[in-house]
Design a binder for this molecule. Structure first.
Ligand code: NAD
Ligand code: PRE
Length: 290
C-alpha cells in the first residue's frame, strides 16, 4: 500500500512511523511546504520519498492523509481533487471536523465515497517531522466522522489503519465532535495563550517569568504549541469556542465576585468540586491508557 502524507509533522509523521512498524505500508511519500522539513523526514526514516507536488504524489496513492493545519486543507483538497485515483481513500488528522467535512464537500465532490474525516486525540506542543514519534497513538482515541456518502470499505480501512497504530476508534457526528473538543482542548489552549500573553504585557514580566515554577509550567505547557495550528483551530471552531468562552467568563465572573466578597465557603465548594472532577478524570484517563 502506498501512503501519501500531506503535511509531514507530528501527526502525519507519527502515523507513517506507526504504519511502517505495523507492516501496513510499502511506501510513504511525504508532501510539504518546507523543503528542509521534508529532507529531515527522509533522514529520520519517517517517509521514503519527498514530493513538492501534492497533485503528482497522489496519482500513485492508495491512502492520502492530510495532516496540515486545518486552514490549509481547502487548498490541499482542491489541488489533489483532479488527480486522485478512484479507489484512493482520503483521510485527515485535523483537530476540527465540521470545517473539514465542508471542505471535502466543496473540493472533493466526486470523491466523497473515499473520504473519511478523522481526528487522533493524541499529540503534544511539539511540531515538525523531527517531532514524529513511534507510539504516539498507543492506546489513544481516534474520532472518525464519516460522511453519509463514505464507502463502508473506506471507513473500515481507516479504522484498521488507526488500530494498527495502536489506537481505539470512536465514531461521532462532526458537530458533536467540535462541541466536545471546544470544551476539553480548544478552550484550554486559548486560555493558556491568553494567560501567558497577559504576563508578557506586564512591566515586571521578566521578573515574573524568572520565578515561575512547576505550577506555571504545567498550566502553560500548551502555550508552547504551534501558533498557526491553533489560530486555524480557533477560527474553524469559532461558534463552539465562543459558547465555551462565554461559559468560562461567567464562571470567572462568579469566582471574582466570591473573591471580592471574601466568600471562603463558596470558593471552597467550587475548588472541591473542581478537584474531585479532576481526580476522577485522571483515574479514568490512566485506566484508558494503561
Ligand atoms: N499537535 C497536536 O497535538 C495535534 C493533535 C491532533 C491533531 N492535530 C492536527 O493535526 C494537523 C497537523 O498538526 P501537527 O501537530 O502535526 O502539525 P505540524 O506543524 O507538526 O505539521 C504540519 C505540517 O504541515 C505542513 N504544511 C503546512 N501547510 C501545508 C500545505 N499547504 N501543504 C503541505 N504541507 C503543509 C507544515 O510545514 C508541517 O510540516 C493539524 O490539523 C492539527 O490540528 C494536532
Ligand atoms: O498534549 C497536547 O499538547 C495537546 O494539545 C494534544 C491535543 C489536546 O488538546 O489534548 C491537542 C489537539 C488535538 O487535536 C488533540 C490533542
Amino acid at each position: 500500500m502506498t501512503l501519501v502524507v500531506i503535511g509531514v509533522g507530528l501527526i502525519g509523521g507519527s502515523f507513517a512511523l506507526a504504519l511502517r512498524r505495523a507492516g501496513r505500508v510499502a511506501k510513504v511519500i511525504g508532501v510539504g511546504r518546507s523543503a528542509a522539513n521534508l529532507q529531515r523526514a527522509v533522514e529520520l526514516g519517517v517517509i521514503d520519498e519527498a514530493s513538492h507536488s501534492a497533485a503528482e504524489a497522489v496519482r500513485h496513492a492508495d491512502v492520502v492523509l492530510v495532516a496540515t493545519p486545518v486552514g490549509q486543507m481547502g487548498r490541499v483538497f482542491a489541488e489533489i481533487a483532479p488527480y486522485l485515483p478512484p479507489h484512493c481513500v482520503v483521510t485527515d488528522g485535523g483537530s476540527t471536523k465540521s470545517d473539514v467535512v465542508a471542505l471535502m464537500r466543496s473540493h472533493l465532490p466526486a470523491h466523497l465515497a473515499g473520504c473519511v474525516p478523522a481526528h487522533p486525540i493524541a499529540g503534544s506542543d511539539l511540531s515538525g517531522a523531527a517531532a514524529a514519534q513511534y507510539g504516539l497513538y498507543d492506546n489513544r482515541r481516534i474520532v472518525v466522522t464519516p460522511l453519509p456518502e463514505t464507502r463502508p470499505d473506506a471507513a473500515l480501512l481507516v479504522r484498521e489503519l488507526w488500530q494498527a497504530c495502536g489506537a481505539r476508534v470512536y465514531e461521532m457526528s462532526a458537530a458533536e465532535h467540535d462541541a466536545v473538543f471546544a470544551t476539553v482542548s480548544h478552550l484550554p489552549h486559548l486560555l493558556a495563550f491568553a494567560y501567558v500573553d497577559t504576563i508578557v504585557a506586564k512591566a515586571d514580566a521578566a521578573r515574573c517569568f524568572d520565578f515561575a515554577a512547576t505550577g506555571f509550567r504545567d498550566f502553560t505547557r500548551i502555550a508552547g504549541s504551534h501558533p498557526e495550528m491553533w489560530r486555524d483551530i480557533a477560527l474553524a471552531n469559532r461558534d463552539a469556542l465562543l459558547v465555551e468562552l462565554d461559559a468560562f467568563q461567567a464562571t470567572l465572573a462568579a469566582l471574582r465576585q466570591e473573591l471580592v466578597a471574601g466568600d471562603a465557603e463558596a470558593m471552597t465548594t467550587r475548588f472541591e468540586r473542581a478537584r474531585a472532577a479532576r481526580q476522577q478524570w485522571q483515574q479514568h484517563f490512566n485506566r484508558g491508557n494503561a
